[in-house]
Design a binder for this molecule. Structure first.
Ligand code: TPP
Ligand code: MG
Length: 598
């Protein structure tokens, strides 16, 4: 029996490109693909993972890319399904992840006819997939659309999209286009190759780094495969290493010279190091907030990035090195002189030690009922080797960034650049399919649970028995508040909390887990937190820990600007409904100096 276009596309993805699974949701716009996945013709297809919503499928594909380095593939129907994909695809695009979206379209004959579910998909995807979005109008295109969609996603580290009208899906495949003028003859395969800067640039970089006395390093997700090189360079240069959020896994938080995260969700040692350094070495990061980097002219800058477009956009660098971070650092190492004076590094290590003691104290401050930091602190101490963590956008991202010690061999991610709500649980599902044998933790706010997580727990319930290891944990911070924004209102805008926009319903998350066959644990007292993690970690199935947390514990930035302090006081003066408890908690969290009366 001859193969049709959908069968051909799926087989090529599996056999020629090694795509093991695709994440998606059904619809009549992709009827041909669904038939192929049904395997009637005995065709070889990637495994299909059914999400609850196309946006979640795109988040899963993005997570697959983040946690494997491979292309994540998602599949959605025309019209509404295609539209639902968008936010997840933007998340991938902004975090530079290779994701291929395959979407259906109405039949060619009906296009332009104001047909049901007809949406101008070319235009819809033109921004998110602008490097490559193509409609398969002829079966002979299918081969090169797959090859180019995959290759461009990998080379550009971005989102690509193939639109296949539903009538084309069922036409006979043309595995080898006719050898005539105007046809395209493509092949599969991609290897990134070796990318190192020229010798002259490397020498200039080494000169700058060798002449500095106080070197600060900032590493991002582009250095995730360069852990050893980063550690070696930091040792040679007597430097401390700060990590952008997506680069949390580059080097372990248990290393004394790692100052941890940077920025609004960052640490004080990272802040102090940046303010005091005379040389900045930035590797594989586009960390956005310049105010957390040295002042212009304070430090000589060297930046390494695989993408020349990303150089010198956050700090005016003296030397920009275009290359792979591991390769480039390896090429740089022989040119670096080990700094004889270790006092800068010793100072950093001392501050890091102090910082962890402070984090310990903050986690143990009492709250009503549970201080959220305690949950992350207790988890951090118990994290099994090889753990993979995902965080949602919200206050959990602060605690993930600051309180969790990722160790060597662990991975973690979140929506770094789009900072969208909702990827925590679907990312964890994507991670679990890619690494079924590893324990996966999703750290999620109640707002994000209500938005996406509750529905995606159904996906967990559907699939967990297929995973070789059931260890899958969702921590829900039940604070009945859109807390991150509540604090942004107070600190940035000087506005008091607005109950009509910030209050969210109290939902029984743990009971929901139990209802659908998972394990649910509800914790509402601090002395049960450690025990709840122990119970979860020994469960025989995926677990939801619902923790009743205090929304008045402030997610403090490492350094408070005068404007933020003023806004904060202004919110109090304008009658924040929770001002009393907010003051008490903020004081406990060492904000005393900014409160009224001082
Ligand atoms: C899709 C989307 N909508 C809105 C926001 C703005 N936003 C960022 S964090 C946040 C609050 C999240 O609340 P929750 O999940 O309950 O976490 P919490 O901060 O309370 O811990 C909101 C509304 C966003 N980033 N993404
Ligand atoms: Mg909340």
């Amino acid at each position: 029996m001859s193969e049709n276009v959908s069968q051909y596309i799926l087989r090529r993805l599996l056999k020629e490109w090694g795509v093991q699974r695709i994440f998606g949701y059904a619809g009549d716009g992709i009827i041909g693909f669904l038939g192929a996945l049904g395997g009637e013709a005995g065709v070889d297809c990637p495994e299909f993972v059914q999400a609850r919503h196309e946006e979640m499928a795109a988040f899963m594909a993005c997570a697959h890319a983040k946690f494997t380095g491979e292309v994540g593939v998602c599949l959605a129907t025309s019209g509404p399904g295609a539209i639902h994909l968008l936010n997840g695809l933007y998340d991938a695009k902004l975090d530079h992840q290779p994701v291929l979206a395959i979407v259906g379209q109405q039949a060619r004959a009906g296009l332009g006819g104001n047909f049901q579910q007809e949406v101008d998909l070319d235009a819809l995807f033109k921004d998110v997939a602008h490097e490559f979005v193509q409609v398969c109008m002829d079966p002979a295109q299918a081969r090169h659309l797959v090859d180019r969609g995959m290759r461009i996603a990998l080379e550009e580290r971005t989102v690509t999209c193939i639109i296949v009208p539903n009538d084309v899906q069922k036409l006979d495949a043309v595995p080898e286009p006719p050898r005539t003028h105007g046809t395209v003859h493509s092949g599969p395969g991609y290897s990134r190759g070796r990318r190192v800067p020229g010798d002259g640039d490397l020498r200039r970089a080494a000169d700058a780094l060798n002449s500095g006395q106080k070197v600060a390093m900032l590493v991002g997700q582009g250095a995730l495969h360069a852990s050893q090189e980063v550690a070696e360079v930091a040792e040679l240069l007597g430097a401390g290493v700060a990590k952008a959020l997506l680069g949390k896994g580059v080097v372990g938080d248990d290393e004394p010279w790692v100052t941890g995260s940077i920025g609004l969700l960052g640490t004080k040692p990272s802040w102090d190091m940046m303010m005091g350094c005379d040389t900045l070495l930035m590797v594989g990061s586009s960390f956005p907030y310049s105010e957390f980097l040295p002042e212009e002219d304070q430090a000589r800058g060297v930046q390494i990035d695989i993408d020349g477009k990303m150089l010198s956009i956050r700090y005016p660098m003296e030397v920009g090195l275009i290359g792979d971070s591991a390769e480039t650092l390896r090429a740089l190492i022989p040119l670096l002189e080990r700094k004889p004076d270790r006092s800068w590094r010793e100072k950093i290590e001392h501050e890091v030690g102090e910082w962890w003691r402070l984090m310990d104290d903050r986690a143990h401050e009492s709250a009503d009922p549970i201080n959220p930091q305690l949950l992350f602190h207790e988890l951090s101490r118990r994290l099994p080797d090889g753990a993979i963590l995902t965080s949602d956008s919200g206050s959990s991202a602060n605690w993930y960034a600051r309180d969790v010690k990722l160790r060597k061999g662990m991975m973690g991610s979140l929506s770094g650049t789009l900072a969208t709500m909702g990827p925590g649980v679907p990312y964890a599902i994507g991670a679990k399919f890619a690494h079924s044998d590893r324990p996966v933790f999703a750290l999620v706010g109640d707002g994000a649970m209500q938005m996406n997580g509750l529905a995606e727990l159904i996906t967990v319930a559907k699939y967990w028995r297929q995973w070789s290891d059931p260890r899958f944990y969702v921590l829900v911070l039940n604070n009945r508040d859109l807390n991150q924004v509540t604090w942004e209102l107070r600190a940035m805008a000087g506005e008091p909390r607005v109950p009509t926009t910030q209050d969210i319903p109290d939902v029984p998350y743990a009971q929901w887990a139990e209802l659908i066959g998972l394990k649910g644990i509800r914790v509402d007292s601090p002395d049960r937190v450690g025990g709840a993690w122990d119970e979860a970690l020994s469960a025989d199935r995926p677990v939801v820990i619902e923790a009743v947390t205090d929304p008045e514990v402030p997610p403090l930035p490492p350094h408070i600007t005068i404007e933020e302090a003023q806004s904060f006081m202004y919110a109090l003066l304008r009658g924040d409904p929770h001002s009393g408890r907010m003051i008490a908690q903020s004081a406990k969290q060492k904000l005393e100096e900014f409160l009224p009366g001082r």
